[in-house]
Design a protein around this ligand. Structure first.
Ligand code: PLP
Length: 457
């Protein structure tokens, strides 16, 4: 007999250590019951009590094709029946893995050469760091190891990727960041621009600061720079005008590799297939996860550019095999899911939908919120957007964090049937819906959020 809802909640409270959850309040029952997510279809999820919620965050910016796509479930099932698992060590492969890799190398921006697989964005960024270190060891530059990331960047929460993440609450009490990972300023003009500074001048200043940081550390000690084309978890913030052009010029000058973390922006979210395409970024290494399988099965990849692979290849006779890999690297179910998902992304032109419906969404968001006295900034690109709330618009003063304005607005939205995320940094309501969303569904999403803001204001 299946356990009832109360029993499931109790078992969970007793036994699960949930990510990003206050462990004491939750396990003692003071934070209420867990939400038991039961079924989902399109852009809606449903809990075990039958409550339907519009998922304005696509899970965690990942279910891009929407929920309940039988085509993908069937592809996974077919593969599971044929061959559920075999590893990809020592040149073993599967049909789906070879097809997927050929496809990714061809569709990825820049000059890519090979794909290395993992299960999460975090482990893929861990792989990127090892690739940077390996590459520079093979090039006879053993000191060139530091990796620069940005404040408010999010790159995961394992040891290296957690160090790359530029928000202190992901480091506190966890002994991070590692000394090899250093941070430079966030590309967010609203908070960091100087009085009267143009967007372009702000971008140039950020690039000049990066240049100075590399000079200070010594260019012979800096191996790579990692950045999301659009800052995600740090506040859903598109880059200011000219930012990537100016940053790339500095990296080229100092022979520093560029890792584009496309975990959120990959496969259509900005309105282009990749964020790099959108912003003219030419990366040496690309990290993808989330949208690669639309989260139907965990799968991530570190896509390796020609420049890095050539060095790996040339060094192979000296150092032997590439000694890095996970049991589940290139898992057949992940590869089958990714191929089925990418078929949908291409056939339904989801980057195109993110561009067209995304423009409607950005406009709708601005019209709903930009003039409100507690709104400092409305921003976004494609189908990712954010509303940032401030106590004083004129003087740009934040609310007292104890008021939990962002969290209260997010909860008010949830009580009315919408998941819009209270972003962890500041009072920010974030949106990142499935890329299949329609204009009518955007209207529903934004109007619930408007009501939520009015209730809390
Ligand atoms: N990189 C970016 C840009 C992300 O947004 C995330 C997760 O949100 C990660 C890396 C880490 O991915 P994962 O949670 O799958 O480890």
């Amino acid at each position: 007999m299946k356990p009832d809802i109360a029993t499931i909640a109790e078992m969970d409270r007793r036994s699960v250590l949930h990510p990003f959850t206050q462990a004491k309040e939750f396990s003692e029952g003071r934070a209420g019951d867990p939400t038991i997510v039961d079924t989902a279809d399109g852009i809606y999820i449903q809990d075990a009590h039958g409550n339907r919620l519009l998922d304005g965050f696509a899970g965690l910016y990942c279910v891009n094709i929407g929920y309940g796509r039988t085509e993908v479930a069937e592809a996974i099932s077919r593969q599971a029946h044929r061959l559920a698992f075999y590893h990809s060590y020592a040149a073993h492969t599967t049909e789906e893995l070879a097809i997927l890799s050929d496809r990714l190398v061809k569709m990825a921006p820049g000059r890519m050469s090979k794909v290395f697989y993992g299960m999460s964005g975090s482990d893929a960024n861990e792989t990127q760091a090892k690739l940077v270190w390996y590459y520079n060891n093979l090039r006879g530059k053993p000191k060139k190891k530091k990796i620069i990331s940005r404040e408010r960047g999010y790159h995961g929460c394992s040891v290296v990727s957690g160090s790359m993440t530029g928000m202190s609450f992901y480091h506190d009490h966890m002994d991070l960041p590692l000394a090899r990972i250093i941070h430079t300023g966030a590309p967010h003009q609203y908070w960091h621009g100087h009085e009267g500074e143009s967007e372009l001048d702000f971008s140039r200043r950020r690039a000049a600061e990066l240049d100075a940081l590399i000079e200070r550390e010594g260019a012979d000690t800096v191996g790579a720079f990692i950045g999301e084309p659009v800052l995600g978890t740090g506040g859903i913030t598109p880059p200011p005008e000219g930012y990537w052009e100016a940053i790339q010029a500095v990296l080229r000058k100092h022979d520093v590799l560029l890792i584009a973390d496309e975990v959120i922006t990959g496969f259509g979210r900005t309105g282009s297939m990749f964020g790099c395409d959108h912003y003219g970024i030419e990366p040496d290494l690309i990290t993808v996860a989330k949208g690669l399988t639309s989260a139907y099965v965990p799968l991530s990849a570190a896509i390796v550019g020609e420049k890095v692979f050539e060095v790996l290849k040339d060094g192979a006779d000296r150092v032997g095999s590439f000694s890095h890999g996970y049991t589940y690297s290139g898992h057949p179910l992940g590869a089958a899911a990714a191929n089925a998902v990418l078929d949908i992304v291409e056939r339904e032109d989801l980057p195109g939908n993110a561009r067209v419906v995304g423009a409607y969404f950005q406009d709708r968001l601005k019209r709903a919120f930009a003039q409100l006295p507690i709104v400092g900034e409305v921003r976004g690109v494609g189908l990712m957007g954010a509303v940032e709330f401030v106590a004083d618009r004129e003087r740009k003063l934040r609310f007292d964090p104890s008021l939990k304005v962002g969290a209260r607005i997010s909860q008010a939205a949830r009580d009315r049937g919408l998941i819009a995320r209270a972003m962890p940094q500041g009072d920010i309501l974030g949106f990142s819906p499935p890329l299949v969303i329609t204009e009518a569904e955007v209207d529903e999403m934004v109007s619930i959020a408007e009501t939520a803001v009015r209730v809390v204001m």
